[in-house]
Design a protein around this ligand. Structure first.
Ligand code: ME8
Length: 624
């Protein structure tokens, strides 16, 4: 059995953020789950590199678009590695192979009579790379999707006869009730279909950064048409027939809600046009906000997933995203909630139970897993409850109710903690009732094995760790979930440090990840900061702001600096102070006086105070 899953291919106009990481993590969880259940999985992700938006981003930093894309695509790839993403392939729309397939695909649409030349007049959103009809936008001419300003364009374009497919699409929706999920997203698409589709402009002539239109290279193919074709080009369409037939149609296109129309209307119509089967399901998930604010690369509060991975570990980030944000719906990402989940669900309910149990096996059974003896009613009930939660977990995972599936795992942990407390193994140990003690400890270990396997698509690293500690040396598999008594008595267990460290909430830290203009240490090191002793100071004539300072900068000799501090300091009060200067700034002239550097000062809107050093230090001392 095969399972083909895709993420959107992300625009490379800026770095990946927690939104793109979210979709990719979810896809990875589903891919890992399906592999565990025995499927032959093909998991695709990649980058969308053509179009006006990418061209503008490259121009803005003075780079040619290809090397700009190369740089950004490699940042996506390395983040996915950091996040333990197990994609089978990474497609880039600038891959020559992909570009050839785009031309082939469009040519087929052309041959099938679905493309014609016409004049486009209308509104375009560059950030969304989307066309909007006059009746879809208000008088303010702002993009209905992102709220930014639209551009009026008027060009000769090729058009795709999208309108022709309205009824066929409606029919497909009717016959395949699960084609678009969740249902409320399907209903949004049905509304659009029921109001009738307009033909879609699919080429541009005002820039060249794209795939040339077959036989009319003055036109480049619309970035969305180019991008959607990645889903078939990546698996060998049309040349590698065997591979393509093996994986197509896709089982799941996982996307964010804002690009549902392209995936659930435009893409199926394109596939119908060339005579290919349609994907089995498009799942449009909700949007994350961060501390209540919209994430947007250009709005500047995009947050960097690497920060969370480095601080809390990859498993915790992945768990939090699925546990706290109800998959499918919109949700808010907050570091505070992440810490709360880590402390209560992972450190307390999971890690602590493992710790308590393995500590007792170490102490009373010399780290060898005891065999269970006869089960009483409580043992039987515990076993049955765990197995029934496992069944619910697989049903929920199979329908992509991921958050609810995780709740089932947490329920097992709750049951196991309750079982442990009820059975009071510490009393059994005191009474030297090793037969009953062995049963309790074995059963808790068996439930923890199940938990680790159920968690393994979500938290692969800690799951593997738990398997090792329980002395289970096979890979996580569906077999573990199917029956009770998988652990082998006499296996060697490893009692070790807590599985998850608790973290204290530090209020002010929350704003840290929002800093978007982070720099590398190397960049900071370019600034040469030195201590300078003020030898003399005087006002610059005819200026009420400037003071000229004579400085001793040790090995760098004497310097003069002009600073705009006259409103805050009397010159004579500066003499003798050890201040901080930027020593390698290009000289500049202020009111005709040369300034050979810059002093550092703190401002709060009302006051200004210059930076001095705390105690005696030689002039010219370096600062780092
Ligand atoms: O749209 N919350 O690329 P893109 C959740 N290149 N998910 C989010 C998110 C948020 N705040 N922000 C982004 C494109 N995403 C096109 C796709 S596919 C043939 C072409 C995720 O870089 C979500 O999956 O703008 C969304 O659909 C996708 O990133 C948009 O990525």
């Amino acid at each position: 059995m095969k399972f083909y899953i895709t993420t959107p291919i992300y625009y490379v106009n800026s770095d990946p953020h927690v939104g793109s990481a979210y979709t990719t993590i979810v896809a990875d969880i589903i891919a890992r789950y399906k592999r565990m259940m025995g499927y032959d999985v093909f998991f695709l992700t990649g980058t969308d590199e053509h179009g006006q938006k990418i061209l503008q981003a490259a121009n803005a930093v003075g780079k040619d678009p290809q090397s700009f894309c190369d740089q950004l695509a490699s940042r996506f790839k390395s983040l996915w590695e950091k996040l333990d993403i197990t994609n089978d392939y990474f497609i880039r729309t600038t891959d020559p192979e992909h570009m050839k397939v785009v031309q082939y695909f469009v040519k087929k649409m052309l041959e099938n009579g679905d493309i014609y030349k016409g004049e486009y007049h209308g509104w375009y959103c560059v950030p969304c790379e989307s066309y909007w009809n006059e009746d879809e936008i208000g008088t303010d001419k702002l993009c209905p999707s992102c709220g930014r300003e639209l551009k009026y364009i008027s060009e000769e374009n090729y058009f795709f006869r999208l309108s022709k497919y309205t009824n066929a699409l409606l029919e497909h929706y009717r016959r395949n009730p699960e084609f678009v999920q969740p249902d409320f997203r399907k209903n949004e698409m049905l509304k659009i279909l029921e109001s009738g589709l307009k033909d879609l402009s699919i080429t541009r002539t005002t820039f060249k950064w794209g795939v040339p239109m077959p036989e009319d290279p003055e036109h480049v193919i619309y970035v969305w048409v180019d991008a959607l074709i990645n889903y078939v080009s990546a698996i060998g369409y049309p040349s590698d027939v065997e591979r393509f037939n093996r994986y197509w149609p896709a089982d799941l296109h996982l996307i964010g809600k804002e690009i549902n129309r392209f995936h659930s209307i435009v893409w199926p119509a394109m596939l119908m046009s060339v005579g290919l089967p349609l994907p089995k399901m498009i799942f449009a998930h909700g949007w994350l906000t961060v501390d209540g604010q919209k994430i947007s690369k250009s709005l500047g509060n995009a947050i960097n997933p690497t920060y969370f991975v480095e601080k809390y570990g990859n498993d915790v980030l992945r768990f939090y995203l699925l546990r706290d944000i109800n998959f499918g719906k919109d949700g808010d990402f907050s570091e505070k909630n992440l810490i709360n989940r880590l402390n209560s669900d992972l450190a307390n309910d999971y890690g602590n139970l493992l710790h308590r149990t393995l500590a007792m096996i170490q102490k009373h059974y010399s780290s060898v897993l005891p065999a269970p003896s006869k089960y009483d009613e409580v043992d039987e009930k515990f076993k049955d409850d765990v197995l029934s939660r496992i069944k619910e977990y697989t049903e929920l995972m199979d329908e992509y109710s991921l958050t609810q599936a995780i709740e089932k795992i947490l329920e097992i942990l709750m049951l196991a903690n309750k079982y442990f407390d009820e059975k009071r193994p510490w009393v059994l140990a005191k009474e030297k009732d090793f037969s009953n003690l062995g049963t309790v400890l074995y059963n808790v270990c068996e439930s923890l094995l199940k938990v680790a396997v159920m968690f393994s698509p979500i938290m692969p690293n800690s799951s593997q760790e738990v398997l090792n500690r329980l002395g289970y040396d096979s890979k996580p598999s569906s077999e573990v979930l199917s029956r009770w008594g998988v652990l082998k008595p006499m296996a060697k267990i490893i009692h070790s440090k807590p599985l998850f460290e608790k973290v204290e909430i530090v209020q002010q830290k929350e704003s840290e990840p929002k800093v978007e203009n982070l720099i590398e240490l190397d960049e900071f090191k370019k600034v040469e900061l030195r201590v300078a002793k003020v030898l003399s100071a005087e006002r610059v004539p005819k200026s009420d702001k400037l003071i000229r300072l004579e400085l001793d900068v040790g090995e760098l000799g004497k310097r003069q600096i002009v600073a705009g501090i006259a409103k805050y300091y009397e010159p004579e009060n500066l003499v003798g102070k050890s201040i901080v200067i930027v020593a390698n700034l290009k000289p500049a002239k202020l009111m005709g006086v040369e300034s050979q550097g810059m002093l550092l000062a703190a401002k709060d809107g009302v006051n200004l105070r210059i930076l001095t050093v705390d105690g005696e230090i030689a002039p010219g001392a370096t600062i780092s």
